[in-house]
Design a protein around this ligand. Structure first.
Ligand code: ZN
Length: 196
C-alpha cells in the first residue's frame, strides 16, 4: 500500500469518538446546575479515585459538607461509613440523572452523632495517653530518670544499672536481685510502649 494514499490518511486520523467535543465537557453535577463542572470533588472513602464534577460554587458547598470528616481519625471515618450503611445516610446521593442533590436525610441528629463519636474517641485517646504516661513515668523513676529521658539515655541507664546490679557481682544480695528485676521490668515496659 502506498503510504501517501488518501486511504492511509483516513486510517491515521483519529476516530471521531476520541475527539473532545465541546458538548462533552463535564457539567456541574449539582441538581439543576448547568455550569461547567470545572472542579473535581472526591466521592469519598468507599469510592476512592472517583470524583463528582462541580462548578466553583457547588464544589465549595460540597467541600463544606465533606470537610466535617476532616477532624476525625481514619478509623472514625471508617466507622462512620460503616454506620452509614445501616443508619445515617451518605452526605450526597446521585440522583436519577446522575445529578447530585444534597441528601435531606443527613439531618442534625446524624451530624450530632458524628460529633459525639469524635469527642468520645478523642477522650478515649487522651485517657489512654494518660495511663500509659503514668506507668511509663513510674518505670522511668525506677531507672532514676524522668519524662525528659530519651531512648539513648534510657538504654544507657539500663545497661549501667544492669551491670552494677548483675548477680555475678552481687552474690547472695537479695535486695540487689530484686532491684535488678524491677529495672528489667521497667525497661521492658518502656520498650513495649516504644519509649526505649
Ligand atoms: Zn454548580
Amino acid at each position: 500500500m502506498n503510504l501517501n494514499s488518501p486511504l492511509f490518511d483516513k486510517i491515521r486520523s483519529k476516530p471521531a469518538a476520541e475527539e473532545v467535543r465541546p458538548d462533552q465537557e463535564p457539567r456541574c453535577q449539582h441538581a439543576g446546575c448547568t455550569r461547567k463542572g470545572e472542579f473535581r470533588a472526591p466521592k469519598g472513602r468507599d469510592h476512592e479515585g472517583q470524583f463528582f464534577r462541580f462548578c466553583l460554587e457547588h464544589v465549595k458547598q460540597y467541600n463544606q459538607t465533606y470537610n466535617y470528616f476532616a477532624g476525625m481519625t481514619d478509623s472514625a471515618v471508617q466507622d462512620y461509613h460503616k454506620d452509614s450503611l445501616t443508619g445515617h445516610r451518605p452526605t450526597w446521593t446521585v440522583g436519577v440523572n446522575g445529578t447530585v442533590a444534597p441528601d435531606s436525610k443527613i439531618d442534625a441528629a446524624s451530624l450530632l452523632r458524628a460529633k459525639l463519636d469524635r469527642l468520645r474517641r478523642a477522650r478515649e485517646a487522651a485517657g489512654q495517653r494518660k495511663s500509659v504516661g503514668k506507668a511509663a513515668l513510674k518505670a522511668l523513676e525506677s531507672l532514676g530518670l524522668d519524662e525528659s529521658a530519651d531512648k539513648v539515655t534510657i538504654r544507657r541507664r539500663f545497661k549501667e544499672l544492669a551491670k552494677r546490679l548483675h548477680p555475678d557481682l552481687n552474690e547472695g544480695d537479695r535486695s540487689r536481685e530484686d532491684k535488678l528485676r524491677a529495672i528489667i521490668d521497667a525497661y521492658n515496659y518502656l520498650k513495649s510502649v516504644g519509649l526505649a
